[in-house]
Ligand binder design. Structure first.
Ligand code: UAG
Ligand code: ATP
Ligand code: API
Ligand code: MG
Length: 485
């Protein structure tokens, strides 16, 4: 594509060189640059892309997009100086792929917890409604029936626009995507045309990256601030920041709630291991998903489908048959009647939600045994809180490793232990090896007991020092509990 076409919509501060040149590919990683590419120099959290500009020119880059111009001695290269390279990358990636987001209905889902669940159920629902549909999620991306492995909750702008282009080419009418706070802050969604935005909730997470809760809130809100007036903005008003999210949006505002009046309303009639029984928009419906937090997720899905002009009864009928996303409240029962649950709860609020759900539906005499760890190179302040919440809601807690990444796993466990009150200490055990921790929980469990394995859900690996070893909570649980298939 010609550089002049790629630059459409970009605010340029300074331009050195020709714009009538063909760009082969876009790249923000110097290690991937080859002949005739455009290189985007981004100031990141660990490195500064500007340091690699000369190297990419030697590798054949013909266009450099940057925030600070280097000393220029190669006039066969075009330099584009902009205020923010990540913003320019988003817009140019859109142009490069022919702005595919405008050619389908793109719906973004944001919030601390529930994004994957809401996006995945919407994807399944719209496929069942007969539409060709795309999904961008933490677990997997889908171009209708074709699976594409996910690397991030929200991909970088180049991968994101390439996936949207493939969806449009495959005839997709809709795409449901998770919008992480990292993605908003790093402008991964810049230049996309959204038809709707959904907010689930806002609780403690990612304070390592955003520093304060207020900054985290602002990142989520910035997504709604840029929605066009043709889009809808659907928010959970039972969350105390639900309305704050929509304060400055131009989109038309819609609400959902379980506890107050709203455009989309539901009431929990029954909450069992077998599923939820809801009064949803005055209809009596049974769902396969478990837990009051899933009543919110289902209501968000229902509201979105109605705002996308789908038939109410058709939507509820199809929705009642659907299961959630992989690794979310995924449970098995052993021949001895021990219940094992794998769940992706990796924030204090999610741990509390999943354990309070278990508390609400247990019969009373059985023990709840929780196996839990916290990820390395992620928000340290959530570690003691997650351990405390786990102890407050369980009879036994085994503190263990999650993905230690580059951190010492024992140190992470010690930081979790710091949140355990003296009275709760007797409930806890610390076992570094996650597999051993799960096995121990299974050995401790007696008939009727409930084991929760929290934090890794669908993940099929454990990341230690940059190496991802095969690891699957569900697989280990199945080996140990040996349920009849
Ligand atoms: C903290 C974070 O979000 N990091 C993302 C970020 O990397 P960074 O800013 O640290 O990059 P950097 O290493 O400082 O490098 C700066 C720039 O120099 C470039 N570079 C670097 C080295 C080199 O030799 N040559 C070169 O050109 C890099 O490509 C980059 O453009 O930009 C990279 C490129 O897009 C991402 O891959 C990377 O995601 C890392 C792997 C990550 O783990 N991110 C997680 C925290 C994340 O994004 N999570 C969210 C939300 C999760 C959720 O709650 O669901 C997600 O959306 O997945
Ligand atoms: N609406 C909700 N409110 C609170 N907790 C929830 C909600 N939905 C799901 N959870 C809990 O959060 C966990 C993660 O759910 P899900 O994967 O849908 O969230 P997510 O927002 O996509 O997370 P991530 O930020 O990692 O992408 C679930 O396993 C469950 O414990
Ligand atoms: N998308 C989240 C997932 C956390 C999952 C947990 N298993 C961990 O590794 O911390 C993150 O990157 O913070
Ligand atoms: Mg997710």
């Amino acid at each position: 594509m010609q550089l002049q076409d790629l630059l459409y919509g970009v605010t340029i501060k300074e331009l050195v060189g020709r714009t009538d040149r063909t760009v082969n590919a876009l790249n923000f990683d110097s290690r991937k640059v080859t002949n005739d590419d455009a290189f985007f120099a981004i100031v990141g959290t660990a490195a500064d892309g500007h340091l690699f500009i000369n190297q990419t020119v030697e590798q054949g880059a013909k266009v450099i997009v940057c925030e600070n111009l280097p000393e220029i001695d190669n006039y066969d290269v075009t330099y584009v100086k902009v205020d923010n390279t990540s913003v320019a990358l988003g817009i140019m990636a859109g142009n490069f792929y022919g702005n595919p987001s405008a050619d389908l209905k793109l719906i973004g889902i944001t919030g601390t917890n529930g994004k994957t669940t809401i996006a995945t159920i919407l994807f399944k629902l719209f496929k069942d409604l007969g539409y060709k549909t795309g999904l961008l999620s933490t677990v997997e991306n889908y171009i209708n029936d074709v699976v594409v492995a996910a690397t991030h909750t929200t991909p970088n702008p180049i991968a994101l626009n390439a996936l949207l282009r493939d969806m449009v080419n495959a005839g997709c009418d809709y795409c449901f995507m998770e919008v992480s706070s990292h993605a908003v802050a790093q402008h991964r969604i810049e230049g996309l045309t959204f038809s709707g935005g959904v907010f689930s909730n806002l609780t403690h997470d990612h304070l390592d990256f955003h520093k304060t809760f207020d900054e985290y809130l602002k990142a989520k809100k910035a997504f709604f601030d840029v929605l066009p007036k043709t889009a809808f903005a659907l928010t959970n008003i039972d969350d105390k920041n639900g309305m704050v999210m929509l304060q400055n949006t131009k989109a038309y505002k819609k609400t959902y709630a379980l506890k107050q009046l709203a455009d989309f309303k539901a009431k929990i009639i029954e909450n069992q291991f077998s599923g939820l029984h809801l009064d949803i928009d005055n209809e009596d419906v049974y769902f396969k998903l478990v837990g009051s937090f899933n009543a919110y997720n289902l209501l968000a899905v229902y509201g979105t489908a109605i705002l996308l002009e789908q038939d109410k009864l058709k939507v509820l009928t199809l929705l009642s048959r659907l299961t959630g996303a992989e690794g979310r409240f995924d449970y098995i029962v052993s021949p001895e009647k021990v219940i094992g649950i794998v769940d992706y709860a990796h924030t204090p609020d999610a741990v509390q939600n999943v354990l309070s759900t278990i508390a609400n539906i247990r019969k009373g005499t059985e023990q709840v045994i929780t196996v839990i760890g916290c990820g390395g190179d992620r928000d340290k302040t959530k570690r003691p809180v997650m351990a405390q919440v786990a102890c407050d809601w369980s009879d036994k807690v085994i503190l263990t490793s999650d993905n230690p990444r580059t951190e010492d796993p024992q140190t992470i466990i010690s930081e979790m232990e710091a949140g355990v009150s003296p009275t709760n200490k007797r409930k806890t055990l610390s076992i570094l090896d996650r597999k051993e921790a799960i096995k121990t929980a299974c050995h401790l469990a007696k008939s009727g007991d409930i084991i929760l394995i929290a934090g890794k859900g669908h993940e099929k690996y454990q990341e230690i020092n940059g190496v991802r070893n095969h690891f699957d909570d569900k697989e280990i649980l199945l080996e140990q509990l040996n349920p009849r298939s």
